[in-house]
Design a protein around this ligand. Structure first.
Ligand SMILES: Cc1cc2nc3c(=O)[nH]c(=O)nc-3n(C[C@H](O)[C@H](O)[C@H](O)COP(=O)(O)O)c2cc1C
Length: 358
């Protein structure tokens, strides 16, 4: 698979992906919830922020490295959990994890990966975290946690913003259905949620009866020594409650605008959460990160690191392992250039003074 020569930014990967992918697959990968207001807001809010540089700064020994939960990372960039990589490339997560290893990018593997969590971890050498949704039955959740621990995953990310699927009109219009060769193999042996029967709302009487609650987070905290993060937090009260229960990290996310439309952009929600937590646990952010300058802005407003979701699937679809590695390298280089041109030699030097206040 050859990456077109004019692919020099993450937007180029998206353009080539949209041109090549089958309409249903493109609708699933790029489609937002409802009218796409939150997905567009994620980008627009980054674009509205301007950077204010310092000149003639001593940049000797500059570095974008950090340590998170005792793990050293060369850049504050991680791969967000996204389902079904085999939808866009035959090798699926196997290709993504190889790119993660080569670029030393931690990868959060989705519970809905199209290869088993053991297969993704088998080659070794990559820093892996595991993302899960709490299952209706605790023994099933625990089984996933034990498998992730045994396979060497180094953190657990519990996604809390999608107890039901959002209104996914773009995907519906594109007629997306999962092809027979792609499935959520990690849950192959698990019992499906009880089918909804009789009268009443399938949303309220169905899935929500089984949805996770705070007491389930408190329970999970007791079950594992792995660092535990909650993904999909936008409200400072939720961030506070999570930390009170012993959660180790907060991932500010609106699921890339795929769940509830008209939620705020993540970069808009971040400052209040960072203020409330006052550094008690690391805050991470995803949603609309497409440039190195976006990363500088997120760090300036209180994030320790960021994750990218859609760009990984675009690059995987366009160029397989090489595409993902190239895409991540572009982002790493853009971050270094942005640090150099704003005069910020280290991540710790990136604070609100790097933002231009009008
Ligand atoms: C196709 C697709 C599948 C996703 N699957 C999951 C998933 O299985 N679990 C999860 O927590 N988030 C999932 N997400 C959300 C991402 O983890 C992340 O929050 C989002 O993509 C970040 O925004 P960005 O795509 O603008 O970078 C998915 C996103 C996309 C685009």
């Amino acid at each position: 698979m050859i990456v077109p020569e004019d692919t020099v930014s993450l937007a180029d990967y998206e353009r080539h992906f949209r041109a090549r992918a089958a309409p249903g697959v493109a609708g699933y990968v790029t489609g937002p919830a409802a009218d796409g207001l939150t997905q567009r807001a994620n980008r627009a809010a980054f674009d509205r922020l301007r950077l204010m540089p310092r000149s003639l700064v001593d940049m000797r020994g500059a570095s974008a490295a950090l340590s998170l939960f005792g793990q050293d990372m060369p850049y504050p960039i991680l791969i967000a959990p996204t389902a079904y990589h085999r939808l866009v490339h035959a090798q699926g997560e196997r290709a993504t994890v190889e790119a993660a290893r080569l670029t030393r990018t931690p990868m959060v593997v989705s519970q809905q990966a199209s290869l088993s969590l053991e297969e993704v971890a088998a080659p070794g050498g990559a820093c892996l975290w595991f993302q899960l949704y709490l299952r209706p039955r605790r023994d099933e959740t625990l089984a996933l946690v034990r498998r992730a621990e045994a396979a060497g995953y180094r953190a657990l990310v519990v996604t809390v913003d999608a107890p039901v699927t959002g209104i996914r009109n773009v995907e519906q219009r594109a007629g997306f259905v999962l092809p027979p060769h792609v499935s959520a193999v990690n849950m192959a042996d698990m019992i499906a949620t009880e089918p909804v029967t009789g009268a009443g709302s399938p949303v309220f009487r169905g899935m929500l009866d089984h949805a996770a609650r705070w007491e389930d987070i408190a329970w999970l905290r007791e079950q594992t020594r792995l660092p535990l993060l909650l993904k999909g937090i936008l409200n400072p009260d939720d961030a506070d409650e999570a930390v009170g229960l012993g959660v180790d990290g907060i991932l500010v996310s609106n699921h890339g605008g795929r769940t509830l439309d008209t939620l705020p952009a993540t970069i808009e929600a971040l400052p209040a959460i960072a203020r409330r937590l006052r550094g008690r646990v690391p805050v991470l952010l995803d949603g609309g990160i497409r440039r190195g300058t976006d990363i500088v802005k997120a760090l300036a407003l209180g994030a320790r690191a960021v994750l990218v979701g859609q760009p990984v699937l675009h690059a995987l679809g366009v160029g397989g392992m090489v595409g993902v590695a190239h895409m991540l390298t572009i982002l790493q280089t853009e971050l270094e250039v942005a640090m150099a041109l704003t005069g910020r030699p280290r991540l710790a030097d990136i604070d609100e003074t790097v933002l231009f206040a009008t």
